[in-house]
Each structure stands twice: as structure tokens, then as C-alpha cells.
Design a protein around this ligand. Structure first.
Ligand code: SF4
Length: 194
């Protein structure tokens, strides 16, 4: 583990290679799993506000679900998460030609309709952040649906901490990320170089 300004960061971020290969995984992380994406209270408020702007991108079933039960719920572990349909799809997921699953919020962001990309837990995936009293941990959620990303990352020489540069800066700030990079480079030099 690295200790970056009081945040414990898994060595997986430097040891694992990763680069999403959407043509192969088809955006499975918006679908697979038995709960929605973790969000905080502020993100919950923003999601409710954003619904009218992304409405036309949503699946008909998701529109019904949002009308009936809203955009989020509290899961079995007591965490606030985005609502899901059919026991798996996030209500904000949508499909592109070819079956690629994407995020309706990000689609609206790219089209200039909203000024928010998506909840930070989605932006950071496959990294998960856990908050504890006064400190946090950053871990790689290793899952078979991302196997193609590990292959593509290795082929292209992109490590997880490099692939997630933008979301990690969005979550923790530039100074935090710069310190992480310095630690990763030192670690590669000491332990991962031939
Ligand atoms: S995080 Fe995993 S499932 Fe999601 S787009 Fe990347 S490789 Fe695909």
C-alpha cells in the first residue's frame, strides 16, 4: 500500500495494467452487478436535477422505474446507490448501435447538455474508494468483465494509475495525484524493472 496524504492506495494501481477496451466489454460495468453505483447525498441531488435533461436517452423501463421509485435507493449494506432495472442495469444506462452500453449522463455531458460527467464512483471505476473515520482506501475492484482491459493495458503499457489519471485528479486533486505518480515511479524502478 502507498500512503498518499492519509489515503491508503493499493499496489494494484501500479502493478496492474489497464485500458478499457469497449469493443470487447461493451461497457459491461453499467450493467453487471446486483446493485447500482454508489453515490453521496450531493450526487443524489444532482441526479434528480439532471433527469429531465437525460430523459430521452433512458430506456423505457428505466423511465418507468424512475417515475415509480426515483433515481436511487439504499442497498443491503446501507449505501446510497443509483437505481437499477431488471436486477442489474443502472437506470442511467443506455445503448449505442452495436450493443455498447454507455452512461446517459456522460452522453448528455459530451453533447453539452449538462455540465456534470457522472457520479465519481462511475468515473473512477474499476477503482473503488472506501471512506472510514478520517481516512480512505483506494482499491482495484478486479472483475472478469474487465479482463479485456487488462490485456489491452498490458499491450499498450498503460498502468491502472495512468489510465485513471483524470478521475483520480477529479477525486483527490492534482497534488495528491502527483504524489501518487512519484511513488509509483519509484516502485516501478525498485521492484518492477528488469
Ligand atoms: S471498467 Fe471494465 S466493464 Fe467498464 S468499460 Fe472498462 S473494461 Fe469495460
Amino acid at each position: 500500500m502507498f500512503d498518499i496524504q492519509g489515503t491508503l492506495v493499493s499496489l494494484d494501481l501500479v502493478e496492474r495494467f489497464f485500458c478499457c477496451d469497449l469493443e470487447r466489454c461493451l461497457g459491461a460495468c453499467c450493467i453487471e452487478g446486483d446493485a447500482g453505483a454508489p453515490i453521496d447525498e450531493e450526487e443524489y441531488r444532482r441526479l434528480k436535477e439532471i433527469v429531465p435533461k437525460v430523459w430521452d436517452y433512458l430506456l423505457p423501463r428505466a423511465q418507468e422505474e424512475i417515475k415509480e421509485h426515483g433515481v436511487a435507493y439504499v442497498d443491503e449494506e446501507g449505501a446510497l446507490v443509483t437505481n437499477i432495472i431488471d436486477g442489474k442495469n443502472c437506470v442511467f444506462s443506455c445503448y449505442e448501435p452495436g450493443g455498447l452500453c454507455s452512461c446517459a449522463i456522460e452522453k448528455a455531458y459530451r453533447a453539452g447538455k449538462v455540465d456534470w460527467r457522472k457520479p465519481i464512483s462511475c468515473y473512477l471505476y474499476p477503482v473503488r474508494v472506501k471512506q472510514f473515520d478520517g481516512w480512505a482506501s483506494v482499491n482495484y475492484h478486479r472483475w472478469k468483465i474487465c479482463k479485456s482491459a487488462e490485456v489491452a493495458g498490458r499491450q499498450r503499457g498503460i498502468r491502472l494509475y495512468e489510465f485513471l489519471r483524470e478521475p483520480l485528479i477529479a477525486r483527490f486533486g492534482q497534488a495528491w495525484y502527483d504524489e501518487l505518480v512519484a511513488n509509483c515511479k519509484l516502485y516501478i524502478e525498485q521492484y518492477l524493472s528488469d
